[in-house]
Ligand binder design. Structure first.
Ligand SMILES: Nc1ncnc2c1ncn2[C@@H]1O[C@H](COP(=O)(O)OP(=O)(O)OP(=O)(O)O)[C@@H](O)[C@H]1O
Length: 246
């Protein structure tokens, strides 16, 4: 388990008697400019090591919720505690710091830098959290090995296959040992074998205590999750296992 996940689980046990949630979002509303209501009272609690799929039709608010969970956007109402920190109390800089330390992102479109090598892509994430320079090379090599890309460590990102790009994106997301991994359609561009490889890597993270939250339209990915949370018109169904807040 990562330090942040441990810190989050070191508080009182949750209402259900298990680990307290590392993600605890309640009554989340998001109204965009022009009055567009994307979320209307969404709830989501996720404990360390849990694998949660978020499922819902186009426009249901899935990406909006993921952006809020990843501190890329603020809710217009509701409370959100991430890794034990009430995000309403954080400055913009505090949110940047918590995001860099606690959250790893994986997107459908990979967002790999094509002109940088595999190792440089991963190393960039470590520079965002100011990791000690003497530890970076070892940490970078270890995660590149963990995702099965050692033979491509010095290849340019642009030369990787789609499956390799997504494994690189996962290496970059996990190198900082986040408490939470947030993924938006991570298997959407991949064939069955590569999608299964991505889910295997997520399993390894979950077993290490990382909370994994995945937006998906893919039934295999939904079947893989411990829990499927349905978003419908900005509201969650099954967002919490703890005390009926969903
Ligand atoms: N920046 C924005 N400004 C205004 N409206 C937005 C903005 N972002 C999203 N929306 C609207 O909020 C609603 C929810 O969008 P969101 O992208 O969260 O849905 P989604 O469930 O992820 O959809 P999809 O599966 O198609 O990606 C939609 O009506 C969308 O048009």
């Amino acid at each position: 388990m990562t330090d942040l996940a441990l810190a989050a689980s070191a508080t009182e046990p949750g209402p259900a008697g298990g680990l307290p949630p590392v993600i605890d979002a309640r009554g989340i509303e998001k109204v965009f400019a022009g009055g567009i209501v994307a979320l209307r009272g969404a709830d989501l609690t996720v404990t360390p090591g849990e694998r949660v799929a978020i499922w819902g039709e186009s426009g249901a608010g899935k990406s909006t919720l993921l952006n809020i969970l990843g501190l890329l956007d603020d809710p217009t109402a509701g409370t959100y505690t991430l890794a034990g920190q009430d995000t309403r109390r954080l400055s913009a800089r505090g949110k940047d710091r918590l995001r860099a330390q606690a959250v790893g992102f994986v997107f459908q479109a990979y967002h790999v830098l094509g002109h940088r090598t595999v190792a440089q892509n991963v190393n960039l994430k470590l520079s965002t959290i100011a990791a000690p320079r003497q530890h970076r090379a070892t940490a970078v090599s270890a995660v590149i090995d963990a995702v099965g890309l050692s033979h491509r460590e010095h290849a340019a990102g642009a030369t990787l296959s789609g499956g390799e790009k997504q494994r690189l994106a996962i290496a970059r997301a996990i190198v900082s040992q986040p408490a939470v991994l947030l993924a938006d359609e991570p298997t959407g561009n991949l064939d069955h074998a590569n999608a299964a490889g991505v889910l295997d890597l997520f399993d390894t993270q979950a077993r290490a205590g990382v909370a994994v939250v995945v937006i998906t339209h893919d039934e295999r990915t939904a079947a893989w999750a411990d829990r499927v949370v349905e978003l419908h018109d900005g509201s969650t169904h099954g967002g919490s296992t703890q005390g009926g807040v969903a």
